[in-house]
Design a protein around this ligand. Sequence first.
Ligand code: NAD
Length: 520
Amino acid sequence: YSSKCIKPRSFSRFSRNITIPAIGSKAKLLINGEFIDSQADTFTKVINPATQEVVSLVPQATQKELDEAVLSAQHAFKTWKKTSILSRQGVMLRFQHLIHEHLDTIAKNIVTEQGKVMNDARGDVTRGLQVVENLGGLPDYMLGTRLEVSRDMDTYTIREPLGVVGGICPFNFPAMIPLWMFPVALATGNTMVLKPSEKDPGAALMLAELAIEAGIPKGALNIVHGTKPTVEFMVNDPAIKAISFVGGDAAGKAIYTGATANGKRAQCNTGAKNHGIILPDANKDHAINALVGAAFGAAGQRCMALSTAVFVGESAEWIDELVEKAKLLKVGSGFNPDVDVGPMISIDALKRAESLVESAKTEGANIILDGRNPTVEGFPNGNFLAPTIIDNVTPNMQCYQQEIFGPVLIILRANTLQEAIDIVNSNMYGNGSAIFTQSGANARLFQENIESGNVGINVPIPVPLPMFSFTGNKASFFGDTNFYGRSGINFYTQLKTITSLWRHEDVQSSKPSVNMPTMK
Ligand code: NAD
């Protein structure tokens, strides 16, 4: 590339160890390439959900620190946007290598801060890593179009970055969601201010350290902390041109409304109530295993958890077997390799889930597996809820109307596939749904008529790989340009269309034309 281009920082072939903060220490901000202590006077405690131990303290960044983060991103943008596409791609290739190398360290931090079991935490990092790996195809994604529109006249498009963009993350995928955001934003030439969840910021900080090691320049990625005040700053600061958000409904709606009113692009992935329809012609073992894994894995704290089963006709006879399989799951600390279901993120989240289970009982549903107050040896203080299954739920019940976001599977019944599809489509959310069947015709009917954005056919958690995009719809998504894949590239870039005239011969000057040029 041209010597005028800014070269990314050099990359050491032998990466150093990643920083593991001491227990109880204060989470650092990343501003202008330096990890610094905040001057904050308020902090949120990051609590190990299996033990209630304070892992770290997350500052509410001060106004000065937030301003500095944006200024540093603005400054870095001036040069980062001019780097060649191959050098930015090179940084991402080195970054994916470093994530591979440190995958277990990041996963361990996720188990400590978030609670999910180690193998699932590795999956959290890996699904984000795949987004970085997919940026190996960056030049192809960034290709423009060109057409000779008239004699000697060409029109062509260039994809340009937006400037400083903001990312706001939820607690449930501390690595995957930051990796949906900043690698795509940076690879396309933007700089970013990222706010991890105040409940588990450790993985994002580790990933930022690796991104710096991979060669991103000072200020290209800034990490700020805090809660609503930090988010409001990001939504309102005019220097931030676009907001990527993943999290719950209340924050998502407020952020989308605020950001778009301020003239920003916004993509906000929000809550979900994902349904699995089980037809009597399904492969029984596959369907039951898939339901158990997708309902209770990650303690049900996945936006694509299959939290609602709709059994059609005789498939309801399999419910007893489903309960027996769910009972076999072991609850406990995510560091125990035999454990399947870790703790929920907080005592509040646990209490909320327990009370929704209780409300189902009051409203007339049957709790056929009650996982409340399990005994977990060695972890008496953890936020544990063992797999819970509620049968005979109807759509008017609170446990159906709210996202429980815990290891709770609710069951509805339908007489026909069409009735089941109607139930799913009546729900306000449209994140994901799945069907279990061995009939191609039924699968086709489902695919055509279901209103969810991520659809599984005999696949329980159809989170698309990063050559596609994550396409939730209805109340699960506010915006029109999705995360990662080609959509992600489109979100973080804008088109410039150039029409040029280069003529070999001298242009014969006649008189000026005042007519609208038609280029014919
Ligand atoms: P949350 O909305 O509580 O927090 C998400 C982020 O928003 C955090 O960074 C938080 O600090 C901030 N925030 C919280 N309340 C706010 C407010 N009132 N105003 C402004 N900002 C606020 O979400 P969570 O509990 O961390 O995550 C769980 C939720 O995220 C679930 O609803 C889940 O379905 C959803 N989620 C959706 C997807 C998806 O792709 N659709 C993926 C993961 C998680």
